[in-house]
Design a protein around this ligand. Structure first.
Ligand code: UD1
Length: 342
């Protein structure tokens, strides 16, 4: 069983990826500083898979601890790096917090990997690096646009740092550029766990439906889209998690065509905010209280993925639709309300 390190493994996408890795036969070690997650997620993962992943509460910015960890774990065959701050609005308010955390942790990790001769990295990137693309669906060779937020900029700079490192070391890396991950595991034992008021659409929808929030605000209905609301590519988090396993296998079986590769990880379909709300209402047989308000600063009008490269080259495609994702998100919210994590 190859041993894989997952940084940020108790977070939303990280925890779903740990489950998929374990179910594919990998031995998983998690490092997480719990800045935006809970150690209880380790138990939840164990409930799903029957295997307790090794867990280390550690901050990747702590170089010495990280280097010691790698010295003691020389058998790690690959790293999936999720650990990072991800709130777009907060990053505009506290840019240095984002640059410090997201970039120093990456530099430390790359250095530790090089010392330990651990040469396979999957990096958690984002479609935010494309900004508002001129051509839709957007493909991997679309120009990278000036970042709209410090958060987005950390993803751009991180990819550049990784590219440079692959040029001068034995590192192979795959950047997965996520579109909008949503939903939860079908067991409803893990899911998205927003701290405080959610920024993202789906947790706001589920919290409004359950009565934690009075009203969902739809940010703008005057976009140049079929119903006037903004369009995104919403991908089930379990499909997204599986892409990481495939990416890792691509590198370990030496199939990469170059030392750095990037893939769009989306469904290839665009859905508007209203599509999402109406589908959520329909599949869960309930009503969501919402109102149309002004556009949110920094939002792009529409973006969805060209997934040809991921489908053909990576050999991965989505299996779960928007309806399944929105049912699973609701089941997770109901479990949270029941106090599943308390
Ligand atoms: C943003 C980032 C993305 C990042 C993700 C994680 C950009 C372009 N995208 O995605 O890179 O990985 O956050 O946090 O910066 N909406 C509402 N009401 C709400 C919340 C959202 O109408 O209460 C709308 C938004 O205007 C948007 C859509 O729902 O049109 C999706 O929003 P959200 O879930 O926040 O994701 P993005 O902004 O697309």
């Amino acid at each position: 069983m190859a041993k894989i390190l997952v940084t940020g493994g108790t977070g939303y996408i990280g925890s779903h990826t740990v489950v998929e890795l374990q179910q594919s036969g990998y031995d998983v070690v998690i490092i997480d500083n719990l800045a935006n997650s809970s150690e209880k997620i380790v138990e939840q993962i164990t409930k799903i898979t029957g295997i307790k992943p090794e867990f280390h509460k550690m901050d990747l910015c702590d170089r010495n601890k990280l280097f010691t960890f790698f010295e003691n774990n020389k058998d790690i065959k690959g790293v999936i790096h999720f650990a990072a701050y991800k709130a777009v609005g907060e990053s505009a308010e506290f840019p240095l917090k984002y640059y410090y955390n997201n970039l120093f942790s990456l530099v430390n990790l790359l250095e530790a990997m090089q010392k330990a001769e651990c040469n396979n990295l999957v990096f958690s990137s984002s479609c935010t690096i494309y900004g508002q693309p001129e051509e839709l669906p957007v493909s991997e060779n679309a120009p990278i646009q000036q970042a709209m937020s410090p958060y987005g900029n950390t993803k751009q700079i991180s990819e550049e740092i990784i590219v440079d490192q692959t040029k001068t070391s034995s590192l192979h890396a795959i950047a997965l550029r996520y579109f909008n991950p949503i939903g939860a595991h079908k067991t409803a034992l893990i899911g998205e766990l927003p701290l405080g008021v959610p920024n993202n659409l789906i947790p706001f929808v589920t919290q409004t439906a359950i009565g934690k929030r009075e009203k969902l605000r739809v940010f703008g209905n005057d976009y140049n889209t079929p119903d006037g609301t903004a369009v995104r590519d919403y991908i089930h988090v379990v499909d997204l998690a599986k892409a990481h396993v495939v990416a890792l296998e691509r590198m370990s079986s030496k199939k990469s065509e170059s030392k750095f590769e990037a893939f769009n990880i989306g469904t290839g379909n665009g859905n508007s905010v209203l599509d999402v709300i109406l589908t959520f209402e329909k599949v869960n047989n309930l009503k969501v209280n919402y109102e149309i308000v002004e556009r949110r600063a920094g939002d792009v009008e529409q973006v969805w993925a060209n997934t040809d490269k991921a489908n053909k080259v990576l050999g991965w495609k989505t299996e779960l639709g928007l309806d399944v994702a929105l049912q699973s998100a609701w089941n997770w919210e109901k479990n949270l309300e029941k106090g599943i994590l308390e």
